[in-house]
Ligand binder design. Structure first.
Ligand code: FES
Length: 83
C-alpha cells in the first residue's frame, strides 16, 4: 500500500506520492506543462533543465513567487499556483 499526501494545484486538491518534486507532480500527475509566461512577450515556459539552473519552472508555492518547481519537494497541504 502506498502512502499519498494531498496538495493543491491551482486550487484543486490532488493526491501525490511524497518525495517527488513539484515539477514532477505538475507534469505527471496534473498534466500541466506550461508553468508560467514571460513578462514581456507572454511566451509559455515549462520544465527545461530540471536541475535548478534555467528558472523556467518557477511557480508560486504557498504564496511565495518564483520558487523553482524542479528543486522543491511536495509537502502536505502545499498550495501551488501556475501562471
Ligand atoms: S527546470 Fe530549470 S530551474 Fe527548474
Amino acid at each position: 500500500m502506498s502512502m499519498t499526501i494531498t496538495i493543491f494545484i491551482n486550487g484543486e486538491a490532488c493526491q501525490m506520492e511524497p518525495g517527488i518534486t513539484v515539477a514532477a507532480a505538475l507534469l505527471t500527475q496534473a498534466d500541466i506543462f506550461v508553468l508560467r509566461h514571460t513578462a514581456k512577450r507572454k511566451e509559455p515556459r515549462g520544465i527545461f533543465c530540471g536541475m535548478g539552473v534555467c528558472h523556467d519552472c518557477v511557480v508560486n508555492i504557498d504564496g511565495r513567487d518564483n520558487v523553482r518547481s524542479c528543486m522543491t519537494e511536495v509537502t502536505v497541504g502545499m498550495r501551488i499556483s501556475t501562471s
